[in-house]
Design a binder for this molecule. Structure first.
Ligand SMILES: Cc1cc2nc3c(=O)[nH]c(=O)nc-3n(C[C@H](O)[C@H](O)[C@H](O)COP(=O)(O)OP(=O)(O)OC[C@H]3O[C@@H](n4cnc5c(N)ncnc54)[C@H](O)[C@@H]3O)c2cc1C
Length: 407
């Protein structure tokens, strides 16, 4: 029988058996997979964003009830012969379904062709039922319905990691930007690279890399090696134009022969766009999401969308004038490429600073550092699913398998 960690009653900070930083696909999948394996200890799931999803989130609007925009991944593909077990569980509960849209490609001469191998469109294709955020919501439902405490702590930035080693093992205290403890845990899992990467110093002016600092305190060679590998992962950025179109202008976009258009390398060079998606909304409206090429995003790295977590939570200053220029450039490229107007569109910028990690990623032999009571999951683990939702799911399942015996 699993005995939950016993806690002093007067503890000022919630203490849990496991803290998971990040409620993207991998963090949510880890919670679900641990529960599926019968583990019922207490979990804190801490997430900067207002809800689950991470790079597979859906954006909503307080002013517009019908608006929903898949502003990160619009679908996912499973290439492994044996898919992650969670895929079947999610399909059975109606959280995901086979992707039903049409994918085509476009070259620099505006010739349409069949889908090209861009890594995201081979294998079996899936989408969230009603929105990509159903994927993470479904994973959290799967985790919750099995029992055991699962505290979802949205809007919570974990900024500092304080490990303390005692005879009983390591205790992790997680602190926010003001240094206030937000959780204490017997085990810690990081599902993103932010706390392990120099990006925090370069972009947000942090004075140290939180995981590097913790690894130095713990003097655990395996953890130091894992942190160094995570710190060396580069990522390509993506600037996404989100254009919400009224019924009149939406008609032409909804009549296009594709739902997702991949730009060939020559088209990316010409228009600075990598992929374009049309998402239908209620009442005949639609959203067009134009994902920039990596080169375009790299040239505009310092421009944040005012609704990005970089701007909202991490203190990066939005610059409306620069943002408007990027939006104009993306809109012009989109109009020129498709020949369709964006009349009456409401446009927003979604800028992903680290959209697509570049290989090799974290060696899976470091996914668990037992001496330091810490583990890692996410699409940043080396392997076939690297940089994709499949990798986020399979890395969580692989971690759950080795972690469950230790918890
Ligand atoms: C524009 C775009 C298009 C994409 N298209 C596809 C596609 O077509 N197919 C596909 O398979 N994949 C696609 N991807 C990639 C896919 O979205 C990712 O592989 C997957 O979502 C990664 O999940 P994850 O859990 O590993 O990481 P993330 O989704 O990044 O989750 C990590 C979470 O941790 C949170 N977090 C990080 N640090 C902290 C902290 N210190 N405190 C609190 N919270 C923290 C973050 O806010 C985030 O929610 C796309 C990505 C982007 C950006």
């Amino acid at each position: 029988m699993v005995v939950p960690w016993s806690l002093p009653l007067a503890s000022p900070t919630p203490r849990v058996d496991l803290a998971i930083v990040g409620a993207g696909v991998s963090g949510c999948a880890l919670a679900a997979s641990l529960r599926q394996r019968g583990w019922r200890g207490s979990i804190d799931l801490l997430e900067i964003g207002r809800g689950p999803g991470g790079r597979a989130a859906t954006r909503y609007s307080r002013q517009d009830d019908d608006l929903r925009i898949n502003h990160g991944a619009p679908l996912f593909n499973i290439r492994a012969q044996t898919p992650p077990a969670l895929v079947q569980a999610l399909e059975q509960r109606g959280a995901i379904r086979p992707f039903s849209g049409s994918i085509q490609s476009l070259d620099a001469q505006r010739s349409l062709g069949p889908a090209i191998a861009d890594g995201f469109s081979d294998g079996s294709l899936w989408q969230g039922e009603g929105g990509m955020d159903r994927l993470c919501a479904g994973l959290l439902d799967l985790a919750s319905e099995q029992g055991g405490a699962l505290n979802r702590r949205f809007g919570t930035l974990v900024r500092h990691l304080q490990p303390e080693r005692s005879q009983a093992g390591v205790t992790w205290t997680l602190q926010d930007a003001s240094g206030t403890a937000v959780a204490e845990a017997r085990w810690l899992v990081l599902s993103g690279t932010l706390l392990a990467h120099p990006r925090g110093q370069q972009v947000f002016g942090w004075t140290q890399i939180p995981l590097e600092h913790a690894a130095q305190q713990l003097a655990d060679p395996q953890l130091s090696a894992a942190q160094a590998q995570l710190a060396s992962i580069d990522a390509l950025a993506s600037c996404n134009l989100l254009a919400t179109l009224p019924q009149d202008s939406a008609r032409a976009w909804l009549a296009l022969p594709w739902d997702l258009l991949q730009c060939t390398p020559s088209a990316q060079e010409r228009w600075g766009l990598r992929r374009i998606g049309v998402q239908a909304l209620a009442n005949g409206r639609c959203v067009v999401v134009a994902e920039s090429s990596p080169a375009f995003a790299a040239a505009h790295l310092d421009v944040y969308g005012s609704r990005s977590s970089a701007a909202q939570v991490l203190g990066a200053k939005p610059e409306p004038a620069a943002e408007a220029q990027v939006l104009d450039a993306l809109s012009e490229a989109l109009i020129d490429l498709t020949g369709l107007p964006l009349t009456g569109a409401q446009t927003q910028l979604m800028r992903w600073g680290a959209a697509f990690p570049t290989p090799p990623g974290l060696d899976p032999s470091h996914r668990l550092c037992p001496v330091s009571a810490i583990g890692f999951c996410g699409d940043n683990l080396a392997g076939d699913g690297f940089g994709r939702i499949e990798g986020a799911l399979s890395s969580a399942e692989a971690l759950a398998e080795v972690l469950v015996a230790r918890l």
